[in-house]
Design a protein around this ligand. Structure first.
Ligand code: GDP
Length: 481
């Protein structure tokens, strides 16, 4: 039945595509990577135009116009573009981040290089990257997943973060009668542990279930109210036990949450952007970089065209281009942008070697979807430092000063090493090079407000960016030939 349903929809997608060329572009990335800002800037850039010299169809004037149209999927929330633009431009504040899947349709009228008038429909699908990390669960029993999650939580830096959950778990009997309160308490403590791992170590790669951190519309539902138990991998759950209850919910999680997402959304994407907050990882040192790499490998695994795997029956990804983008490059001076790209390229290459063949063309870029800073030279003693200039958000602190959100400051953001390897090998190579602040505050990671913009004509101002046009050229340039 599932296969038939998939084929029927694939046929519909296909026939619509014949008369009306359509590209489904997925935008993902872990929480706070910059998805909402990226999509808002992308749509703003396409509908309003702007400075995009590397995005050939726009730069040469072949795009006549791009307009929003009602999206095709009625059951998916609409990406709240208008509100996000208003927040960014009129309030100079960052919009609310992605917490669920959303979608928006853009129709682009353009002239082909041979002169013919054409239309391309671009469906943009925004979803939390956390959800991709659930894929391996489809292949795992509840008992297997319990054992793995427990083993992981007992090792190294994670153990202290898991202590409250472990303490509760040691008082639980898996064979005891099912008990809703015990399930609720375990799920809550387990989720708190996952959250602590994410906050402290960016160890997302090994932290499914993804919806525990990004529940979307399912917060509080039974499909999300379960947790690992200390049970043998080959054991059988006694009927009516807590174990049996957890196991059933784990299965529903896979059936009603994970599988439908991959089938109904992921499998229909043509192209994918994966946004990565690499700067945040650098700041935490090499172990966070290795975690990032593992997360990238996990994400890449989702794109493999594995023939004859169990996934084949469920979906066959048709993605032919994947762009990995390091976001927020405006936190660095431009002399470090190529280096940022080199580090991400290295992490992706190593991840790609671990993942199975994805069959897609992969590219890497360092960008800022909305550039919040300008550049300046700052003299410190005899040194001139390549610095950035921006308005720290209200409440941000540095050097004992608390900013009011209206004061522009120049800061030296640190430099990335020439050789990306240094970041993977050295203990905090980035921090070392940056010199750090004497009082331990970290000036480089001041969060800046979106930039002030001058009104320009009736279309309103264009948003400044870094290399967003390169991303656009790779993602849709070839479809607008
Ligand atoms: P999401 O969770 O992936 O949707 O992330 P958002 O798009 O909401 O971005 C999270 C935060 O990162 C924002 O609130 C901004 O503070 C910051 N951010 C995102 N993109 C940029 C950018 O291009 N430049 C700067 N300076 N900050 C950004």
């Amino acid at each position: 039945v599932e296969e038939a349903r998939i084929s029927a929809r694939a046929l519909m997608d296909f026939s619509e595509g014949l008369f009306n060329p359509t590209l489904r572009l997925g935008i993902t990335g872990l929480s706070r990577a910059g998805k909402t800002v990226f999509i808002t800037a992308l749509i703003h850039g396409l509908t309003r135009g702007g400075r995009f010299p590397v995005f050939e169809p726009l730069a040469t004037g072949r795009i006549a116009r791009a307009r929003l149209e009602p999206q095709p999927d009625d059951a998916v929330p609409r990406f709240d573009y208008e509100r996000h633009v208003h927040t960014l431009i009129d309030q100079r504040a960052w919009p609310n981040s992605t917490v669920d899947i959303s979608e928006l349709r853009l129709v682009i009228d353009y002239q082909r290089q041979n002169g013919a008038e054409r239309t391309l429909t671009l469906d943009i699908v925004d979803y939390p990257g956390e959800w991709l990390l659930d894929l391996p669960l489809l292949n795992k029993s509840y008992e297997q997943w319990s054992r793995e999650s427990l083993a992981l939580s007992r090792g190294g830096a994670r153990a202290p973060l898991a202590s409250a959950w472990h303490a509760y778990l040691s008082g639980l009997k898996a064979e005891a009668p099912a008990d809703e309160q015990a399930a609720l308490a375990s799920a809550r403590l387990f989720t708190e542990y996952l959250r602590a791992c994410r906050d402290e170590r960016f160890a997302m790669s090994l932290l499914p279930p993804g919806r525990f951190l990004m529940p979307g519309s399912l917060a509080g539902s039974p499909a999300l109210t379960f947790a690992p138990l200390d049970v043998p991998e080959d054991g059988t759950a006694p009927e009516g036990s807590l174990w049996a209850m957890m196991r059933r919910r784990y299965r529903s999680y896979k059936d009603v949450v994970v599988r439908p997402f991959f089938r109904d959304h992921f499998a229909r994407l043509d192209r994918q952007v994966v946004l990565v907050d690499a700067l945040a990882a650098f700041n935490s040192g090499p172990s966070a970089l290795f975690d990032l790499e593992a997360a990238l490998a996990g994400i890449l695994d989702c794109f493999r065209v594995g023939r004859g795997t169990f996934l084949n029956a469920l979906f066959r990804p048709k993605i032919d281009r994947i762009l990995f983008a390091a976001t927020k490059a405006d936190h660095l001076h431009h002399s470090s942008h190529d280096r940022l790209e080199a580090v991400l390229r290295r992490a992706v290459t190593r991840a790609a070697a671990r993942a199975e063949d994805t069959g897609a063309t992969i590219d890497v870029v360092a960008l800022a979807a909305v550039r919040a800073t300008r550049e300046a030279q700052v003299t410190r003693g005899r040194e001139t430092l390549p610095s950035i200039l921006g308005t720290p958000m209200s409440g941000e602190k540095a050097d004992g000063e608390v900013f009011d959100g209206n004061t522009e400051v120049a800061t030296f953001p640190g430099e990335l090493p020439d050789d990306p390897q240094a970041l993977f090998a050295g203990e905090n190579a980035f921090r070392g090079l940056a010199g750090g602040q004497d009082d331990g505050t970290d000036f480089r990671f001041l969060r800046f407000r979106p930039p002030p913009l001058a009104q320009e004509g009736e279309n309103g101002p264009a948003l400044p960016h870094i290399r967003l046009d390169r991303a656009m050229q790779f993602l849709i340039g070839d479809r607008l030939q």
